[in-house]
Design a protein around this ligand. Structure first.
Ligand code: SF4
Length: 273
């Protein structure tokens, strides 16, 4: 039996649906995980764009982005999310060079001087029954007609048509949060895939928001049931390739009950020399 969480975020919902056992390790037992270069790079690019947007519109040039990027680099050089990657100098150079390429690619997708942003990295939460839904919106802005638009930066590749709907599930989560907290349903939600230049736009509707609350409530009930029974099943899939918890996964011959003791040792930060 495990404590039942009383809040869910879009990433937690998707994590439970992808693999209940990995969800248990990460979100219920809160075991440490080593950082992954792609997610650290994504966070750093988000930070550089956030810093760019703290400047007035007319100053949002590539030169300002470069200064923002330098600030983000300085922050990440001392952040465990970066230092625990253990990159050698050549790999570090390649990491930052690619992150800068992503920031430059962003400028090919839109002109930040014309964006009417009203919020950056907004933390919103709303209640569905006894459950709190939480999410962070990268950027909230107004379109030409003054309607709300949510923009979410993605640094991975755009999903294929088959997976597009799945990637939009989180989007409807943001839409629900805006409706509950700000009192207005966004006119559009945009996913900007910076590496490939793709943009996926969703138009939230009353029906999509209703679907979101029904789906999330169903996931929460499944989480609750798993917590009370202690039965979090492994679900093999594409995520197994990069899953930090593979050594304790029964699908790979591991014992889940050893994770609590072994994971903190295996993933402990090395002592500074
Ligand atoms: S290795 Fe695969 S099945 Fe096992 S916990 Fe990780 S994601 Fe789940």
């Amino acid at each position: 039996m495990y404590p039942v969480p009383n809040s869910l975020s879009p990433s937690r919902v998707e994590s439970f649906l992808s693999c209940p056992l990995a969800f248990r390790f990460a979100s219920i037992e809160r075991l440490p995980e080593p950082p992954a270069p792609y997610s650290t790079k994504g966070s750093m690019v988000h930070r550089a764009l956030e810093l760019l947007f703290t400047h007035p519109n007319e100053q949002r040039t590539v030169a300002t982005a470069e200064a923002a990027f330098q600030q983000a680099t300085a922050e990440y050089l001392v952040d465990p999310e970066f230092t625990l990657l253990g990159l050698d100098p050549a790999a570090q150079d390649a990491f930052f060079a690619d992150a800068w390429v992503l920031v430059q690619k962003y400028f090919a997708m839109e002109d930040p001087t014309s964006v009417r942003d009203i919020g950056l990295e907004l933390r919103l939460e709303a209640q569905v029954g006894s459950l709190t839904l939480r999410g962070i919106i990268d950027r909230l802005e107004l379109d030409a007609e003054g309607r709300l638009v949510v923009t979410d930066y993605k640094t991975g590749r755009a999903p294929s048509a088959n997976y597009e709907q799945k990637s939009l599930a989180g989007v409807h989560f943001y839409s629900f949060l805006c409706q509950e907290v700000i009192g207005q349903r966004p006119a559009a939600i945009r996913l900007m895939y910076i590496r490939t230049g793709d943009v996926i736009t969703a138009t939230p509707s009353e029906q999509s928001v209703k679907f979101l609350t029904t789906r999330t409530t169903a996931v929460w009930k499944a989480v609750e049931k798993a917590c009370l029974s202690g039965d979090f099943k492994p679900k093999e899939g594409p995520l197994c390739k990069t899953c930090s918890f593979q050594p304790w996964c029964p699908s790979f011959g591991g014992n889940p009950e050893l994770a609590k003791v072994e994971a903190p040792v295996r993933f402990a930060a090395p002592n500074p020399a």
